[in-house]
Design a protein around this ligand. Sequence first.
Ligand code: GTP
Ligand code: MG
Length: 319
Amino acid sequence: MAKKKITNVSDLPGVGEKIGQKLKAAGYIDMMSIAAASPKELGDTANVGELTATKIINTAREELDIGFETGKEVDDKRLQIRKISTGSENLDKLLEGGIETQSVTEFHGAFGSGKTQVGFQIAVNAQKPIDEGGVAGNVIILDAENTFRPERIRQIAEAEGMDADKVLENIFVARCYNSDHQMVLAEHVGEMIKEKNVKLVIVDSVTSNFRADFSGRGELASRQQKLNRHLHTLQRLADVYNVAVYITNQVMANPAILFGDPTRPIGGHILGHFSTHRLYVRKSKGNTRIARIVDSPNLPEGEAVYIITPDGIKDPEEK
Ligand code: GTP
Ligand code: MG
């Protein structure tokens, strides 16, 4: 008789109800998250020795259904990808249709480059039907900088001819007070995605809390490690639930306070590794903005020019 697979974290040998609760609260909710943990990390969380942690991790690995997929299955899954229009045809063209599900799309740029505004626009557009540039889904916003503005959403929704109250009711906002809080929220987003038909998750910005919490020189490694885990969580959400994940990351505009490339995003190669598509946005004249693809597995290099208007993200007027 085939042995029944363990699926509940508390049922793992050496865990039990009490440690299980602790692990789940820290985001180790299934075999996959335990299997992918480091013994040190897991040991610290569960308050057990590294040896015990290693045993727990090894059991989780054995219990895990390591899933090989056929090329056909991967293809079928990719056919489920949907794109959210950004409001600008130029930008949509650059993104080959818009911000896509099953991917993490990162916009980085200086303050005022319009990263938050793009987030507002797609939070509205995502709710439109598929044939109108939306994904007929609701939106989760992890607001790390306290920049969510319902009145701005209202303005954009009304310009789109949508019922602004309805649009606002379909956006679920959580303010993130620090990096740990942000990580816990992200780890619980999965449950809500299913419950509330969410198709877009926005994290604005993904880095600010980590920057504030790990500012000392010696803390760089821990910051990268935590960010790494957070981004991994987000990538998995995109992948598992077929949602679009849009993250922002501010880069310094003042070259005097940074060595090397002043436009290098915080998180460096770690963010790069976990974001599927990365765009660098910069200000141009007035309300004009220019987005450039910095890194993407399938999008060709290129730039798009768009404008931020009271009605939202648009294309510049033809001259
Ligand atoms: P940080 O979060 O500081 O890094 O900046 P950001 O990249 O998120 O910039 P944000 O999206 O907040 O862009 C704000 C800019 O949008 C303003 O500086 C304005 O130039 C521009 N903008 C143009 N029209 C409007 C409008 O009608 N409302 C608002 N709120 N902003 C507009
Ligand atoms: Mg912003």
